[in-house]
Design a protein around this ligand. Structure first.
Ligand code: FAD
Length: 323
């Protein structure tokens, strides 16, 4: 019998990604409904402080796989370890944050175990004792509910979808023997871009610049607004293709998917491919000088105006509110 809802604990520089706590909080509710246990899977090295943080989020059990070679994420290392753990303990489900590494790991493990994978999920519920996941389809224009007949079901969870709710427990620690298998990738160095801003996919506020921003130098305006709101800066594909922003900032179908509380689109027309990456934002606010721009059809609030006038005014007003 399969047992346990597992959540993969993605971490970097001794900090657990926010999406992990969000996923654990939602998974806790599901585990309670079906009277199953909630388990965290922590793969890495020297994880004591991480174990402590996990115990704040209602975890019953932590599978701990420690090894020097697991210090940084590699596709082979993490896939080998996770697949072995699943074969050994046979969980009902594995939930993974829909991040760059999370998407990679989920696809690899699903392929390795020949099991079903549901990506970018925004809801989990129990129907007839089965886990059913909600996923946006057609660039966010519709949603579908899906389940998998294979065990375990693997699902990636969109960041910022669920609230992280603290719920202290004393989890059982299961130290596992880790044969990391053959690892073909070698991480030689990780170069960190120095930024005080939150990661785009995890940010509560995203300020995005489209072609209307007219040049790379003008992103400074958006950065100032983002900074006063504690947000991240994104870009449309038109801005990225023009070389004004790196691809890592692109929001949309071929970029990142964001789900912030507030999405501020500046000089973005609102193409379907852009919408695909930001449609689940809780509040969309658009600034565009064309009253007919498509973005106003999907925005909750909008200002028809020149972004070069509106954005600095907004920044000033938010600064006053903070003072
Ligand atoms: P535009 O469509 O040129 O819009 C610029 C807007 O700025 C206009 O609405 C204009 O009125 C406004 N503006 C101009 N000046 C000002 C001003 N001073 N003040 C205020 N407003 C002003 N796009 C993405 O964004 N992300 C993706 O991931 C993506 N993937 C794609 C994948 C495929 C397969 C394809 C075919 C396309 C994809 N695209 C993607 C491209 C998409 O179709 C659009 O071309 C793109 O989103 C347009 O970017 P934009 O809104 O910045 O530019």
């Amino acid at each position: 019998m399969t047992k346990g809802i597992w959540v993969f604990v993605e971490h970097r520089e001794n900090l657990i990604k926010k999406v992990v706590f969000e996923t654990l909080s939602e998974a806790r509710k599901i585990a309670d409904q079906i009277e199953d246990e909630l388990c965290a899977v922590l793969i890495g090295k020297s994880n004591d402080s991480l174990v402590e943080s996990l115990s704040e989020y209602g975890v019953d059990k932590i599978y701990l796989a420690e090894n020097d070679v697991l210090k940084t994420y590699t596709t082979d290392g993490f896939t080998n370890v996770m697949s072995d753990l699943i074969r050994k303990y046979e969980p009902r489900a594995l939930l993974i944050g829909c991040t760059i590494n999370g998407r990679d790991l989920a696809a690899q493990v699903a392929q390795r175990l020949a099991t079903g994978l549901l990506t970018d999920c925004t809801g989990i519920e129990v129907i007839d004792s089965q886990l059913v996941f909600t996923r946006p389809i057609y660039a966010g224009k519709a949603t579908v509910k899906a389940s998998c007949k294979t065990n375990p079901v693997i699902a990636t969870i969109r960041p910022n979808t669920f609230a992280a709710v603290q719920n202290k427990k004393d989890p059982k620690i299961v130290k596992t023997v880790t044969d990391c298998g053959n690892i073909r990738q070698v991480v030689i160095d990780a170069v960190r871009q120095v930024s005080q801003r939150p990661e785009l996919t995890e940010a509560n506020v995203v300020v995005t610049g489209g072609r209307g921003i007219k040049g790379p130098e003008n992103f400074k305006l958006l950065e100032e607004l983002a900074d006063v709101l504690g947000g991240a800066v994104g870009a449309s594909r038109a801005s990225v293709d023009a070389g004004w922003a790196p691809h890592s900032m692109q929001v949309g179908q071929t970029g990142k998917t964001v789900s912030p509380t507030l999405y501020i689109a500046c000089g973005v027309s609102g193409a379907i491919q852009h919408f695909a990456g930001m449609s689940s934002s809780k509040c969309i606010f658009a600034i565009n000088n064309d009253p007919e721009a498509n973005i106003f059809k999907i925005a909750d609030y909008g200002i028809v105006g020149d972004l070069f006038e509106v954005v600095p005014l907004l920044t000033e007003e938010f600064k006053k509110l903070k003072a």
